[in-house]
Structure formats: C-alpha cells, structure tokens
Design a protein around this ligand. Structure first.
Ligand SMILES: [Zn+2]
Ligand SMILES: [Zn+2]
Length: 555
C-alpha cells in the first residue's frame, strides 16, 4: 500500500568522499514526493583531473523534481556545504534558507563573481524554526570552525530527524554559542527517528581539544616571537582570526590582513558582529613601516595555494610583505588531504630563508572542527536515535561511525552510498531505491558531465603527447605535397639521436606508398593505415604510443 506520509533520505554527495555535501529529504508516496535539500557543496579537484577547478554533485534528479523541491537549507558557509550554489542555483531557482553569517558570506561571494545569480535567500535567526514545504526545520547551534554552524531538526508526520551538519563539542569556543546540548537532549526526550551525522573524525579517540586551548598556544607563540610573525589559517575560521587578533594585541603587534579571502571574510565578520571589540586591522601597505616586533601578518595560503599570500611571501614575490631570518610563521591549520605537497613546498621555501615554521605537528596551534569518538557517543546518548546514518566521510570514517553507533545501542544503522534512497519511516527503514547521482566538473566557465571524454583525453595527452599528420591526396591517389607532421609532448629524439619527426615522416611516406592505388583514394583507409604505422613506429623508438591524428585532404 502506498503511504502518503513516507519519509525518505538520499545523499547526492558527501558520502564515501570528503566534500560536495548535498542531501535530500522527501515526504509523500512513491508517485509524488515533496523534497527539501540540505547543503549544496563542492569538492576541489586534484591533479588527477587536469584542467578541472571544482567538482559539483550531479543534480539532474533535483532538476527533474524542481517543481516538488520546496527549498535548500544551508547548515553553514564552508565550501563543502555551500560552494556549489552560485553555479547550480540557476537550474533550480528555489528559496535558500540560511542564518545571517552564511547569508552574508554568500552575498559577499556573489558580489565578487561576475554574472552571479540573484539567489533568493531567506535569513533564519540562530536557533530559529522555519517551515520548508511540509518540513518543519529547527536550527540547532553547534560548535564548529566557522561562525553559525547548525544542526537541523527536521520534523515530519513520520518522525523527527537530526541532520547534524558539521559539529563538535567545545564547551569553550572562542566564538558563538557552544553546541546546544539542551535542545538536543530535548529532541531525545521528544523522540528522534533518525540521526544523519558527521563522521569525519570517527577514527579518532577521545575528544577534540577546545579552541580556547589553541588560543592559549597562539598567544604564547606570538608573545615570544623575536621578529615578525605571520599566521596562516582557514580564512573562514573567524574564531581563530579573533584568537590571533587578541594574541597580537596582548603582544602589542598590529594585525595586517594579507590575501583577498581573508579580507573578504574579515569584512563580513565585522558586519555581522563577529569581530566586535577586536581592534581594526591594517592594510598590507602599512606592513613595511612597522618595526618587526610590532607586526603580525594574518595570511591566506594555509593549503599551499600557489597564488595565495603565504606562497608569494615564501617566494619573495609579495609586493608589500616580506619575511626574513629569525621571523616566525605559524600554520594554524591542518593540510586538507591532497594538499600536503603544495604546503611542504611553501614551508621549505620559508625554512630555506631562515624563517622558523611552526605547525600542529609540534604545537597545539590547530584543532579540528569535527567530533571525535567520545563526542559522537555523547550525541547518540543525548538524541537516542532509532536509526543512524553515517555521513560526511570516506568509507573508513562511515564504517567506524557505524560500528560505534551499533555499540552505543542504536537499533538500526544504515551505511549508504551517494544516490541510495533510504526509507526512514514509517515502518521498516532501509535502502529501498536509487536516484540519479554523480559528479559535474567545472571546466573553465563551463559545467560538464564527469562522464565526458574531455578529462580522460587530457590525462592521456599529458602522458603520451600527440602526433598530427596532414596529407593532401589527388583524385588519382597521388601525394600532392610532402606530408605535414607535427609533434606535441613527444620526445624530440630517440635514444640514438634520431629525430622523432623524421621517424614519423618516414613511416607516413612508406605507408602511403605501400598502399595499393584504390585504397589511396579512400581517405578513411589512408588515415587509418597511417595512424597505425605512426603509432607503431614511435612506439619502437620511444616505448610509448602517442595519440595520432591524421587529416587526409582529397583534392
Ligand atoms: Zn564545515
Ligand atoms: Zn563539511
């Protein structure tokens, strides 16, 4: 029997991977459901996707269901939760719900991008409650590494779900309220059908240290620094920026903000009150006029980004900010997996200049914004969900979170994959269907399907190069000119010093001459024979087969 009040959940991104968080909830029966999306994140492409900047979740399912999509609710303003909105929102054009800081940061981002759409944002106060179609959504403040991170209590006739978003338990955060334990316990008392929760640190024992501990370490390191100090952190970590500013003031140092992202977020944080009481920051031009022990540069570039402030400073290429022997650089951050090499390049550049570099490997200068195992156990105890679905993590994190939940007594634990449609209730919960899911790539100004040949072609080109051959053939099957040969990304000479272009040229000429006349008049046959011969000839001298394009012009 079709149920009109069935509640389903489907992740379209963020499960089995880091980044690209996008979850949807549906209410109704199989034929007709009303949907609500939670978060709209990106992932950053690595070297394995040449030429690709960003990865988005494939939203073709939501595009098809656009008329039944009541809205998009954002938990917080990290890129892995809201970074896809500007590019993909025009395909959906539904209201977006966000708290003030998230809304302000989205607006600042929009203002910085040409042709960004006018997104309809409905601002929800902290701890507020809104009706999104049939979903009654209550925001729950949680501690994290950006202002205004929220869990969502989603109430429906089928039961209440807690979508945790990114969170940790920090009784003494620098900024904003601690995780709202009372509200979460109240949900436990009311009855929680399902918890969809952050698994990022499910492999780590114990509890995450507090931001206050990090602030103490930073204050000490900034106070004892003999020369100039530069601190780099995630630009969106306003609590950390505040801690650095307080430490600078205590050490009688002026704070100079270096890097566009840091400037933009400082401004949004001022506008939204998150830097109230913090001294004014100085612009980069004032840096050179201040004595070394009176200055602190707050820089972008904690992930080794080559164009960010810190990388340019390390290369001695920053117009205003320089560092030299005896200065101190603090990485108040952790490498996002995949960025280690780029970060080490910058660190080594600094060390080579005699700059002292301090990271979280030796000092408590960074803590994660995600819950460790004891915190995950606390959340389960507070909320006592009937069902738990691990989210926000790779396979290992999800499996560890699932095992922990089972041991904590959660009756039903469902480990799912992107695109799985999970029935939460009423009745037996489980994976019941699949919805279209996948990835989209941002390639320059275009958004392309990840199944397109473009990227595999680029990867192949990067590995073997390309040989282009052009032949002009008469109606009678005679060559009208010498073949044109062009090589790109192929070695110029073989081991004996013979020119590869000559090798290709000879292969082309010999092959053409060896073809019987009727076949010479068939351009496709010529192209195919020449292509095979060229690839074979180059492979004999190089050990690799290039890509080969043959153009046959018949005159
Ligand atoms: Zn986050
Ligand atoms: Zn996240």
């Amino acid at each position: 029997m079709a149920r009109t009040d069935e509640l389903v959940f489907a992740p379209l991104g963020g499960i089995g991977e880091i980044g690209m968080n996008l979850a949807i909830y549906g209410l109704g029966d199989e034929q007709r459901r009303t949907w609500m999306a939670v978060d709209f994140g990106v992932a950053f492409a690595g070297d394995d996707l040449p030429g690709i900047d960003l990865i988005f979740p494939d939203i073709r399912f939501l595009e098809e269901e656009r008329r039944n999509l009541a809205g998009i609710v954002l938990t917080h303003a990290h890129e892995d939760h809201f970074g896809a909105l500007i590019d993909l929102w025009p395909r959906l054009r539904v209201p977006v719900y966000a708290t003030p800081f998230t809304a302000a940061l989205l607006e600042a981002k929009r203002a910085g991008e040409p042709n960004a759409p006018q997104i309809q944002v409905k601002v929800v106060p902290l701890g507020g409650r809104v009706q999104v179609g049939p979903f009654d959504v209550e925001f729950v403040s949680v501690a994290h590494s950006i202002p205004e991170s929220n869990g969502l209590i989603i109430r429906t006739p089928a039961g209440a779900v807690l979508h945790t978003g990114d969170w940790k338990i920090d009784p003494t955060p620098i900024l904003g309220p601690p995780t709202d334990e009372a509200k979460l316990r109240a949900l436990g008392a009311e009855g929680c059908l399902a918890l969809i929760g952050d698994s990022t640190n499910a492999v780590r024992e114990g509890r995450s240290p507090s931001e206050t501990e990090v602030a103490k370490t930073l204050a000490e390191l900034i106070k004892t620094a003999p020369g100039r100090v530069a601190v780099t952190t995630f630009a969106s970590h306003v609590g950390r920026i505040r801690a650095v500013a307080d430490a600078a003031r205590a050490a009688e140092r002026e704070v100079i903000v270096v890097g566009r992202a840091m400037e933009r977020i400082s401004q949004v944080a001022r506008e939204t009150g998150y830097l109230d009481g913090v001294q004014e920051f100085r612009s980069a031009e004032t840096y050179g006029y201040l004595p070394p022990d009176k200055v602190l540069a707050l820089c972008t570039g904690s992930q080794g980004e080559p164009r960010a402030a810190l990388a340019r400073i390390a290369e001695n290429e920053h117009p205003e900010v320089t560092l030299s022997k005896g200065d101190r650089v603090i990485y108040s951050s952790r490498p996002i997996p995949g960025n280690e090499k780029a970060i080490n390049r910058v660190i080594n550049g600094l060390v080579a200049q005699g700059v002292e570099v301090i990271t979280d490997r030796t000092h408590l200068v960074h803590v994660s914004g995600h819950p460790r195992r004891a915190e995950l156990a606390d959340m389960i105890e507070w909320v006592r969900p009937q069902i738990l679905i691990p989210a926000h993590g790779e396979a290992l994190h999800l499996a560890e979170h699932a095992a922990l939940a089972r041991r904590a007594g959660v009756g039903k634990v469902i480990v799912c994959r992107n695109g799985d449609l999970v029935r939460l209730g009423p009745g037996g919960a489980g994976i019941v269907d699949e919805v279209p899911s996948g990835r989209l790539y941002k390639d320059g100004a275009l958004i392309v399907d990840s199944g397109a040949r473009t990227v595999p072609d680029r990867r192949r080109l990067g590995f073997v190069g390309i040989v282009t051959v052009a032949l002009a053939v008469s109606e009678k099957g005679q060559l009208l000119a010498n073949p044109e040969v062009e090589l790109m990304g192929v070695p110029e000479r073989d081991a004996k010093g013979e020119e590869m272009a000559e090798i290709v040229y000879d292969a082309v000429a010999e092959t053409f001459e060896s073809l019987p006349n009727p076949r010479r008049r068939d351009p496709d046959a010529v192209a195919e024979a020449v292509r095979r011969a060229v690839r074979g000839a180059v492979a004999r001298h190089w050990g690799k087969k290039p890509i080969c394009h043959v153009h046959v012009l018949t005159v």
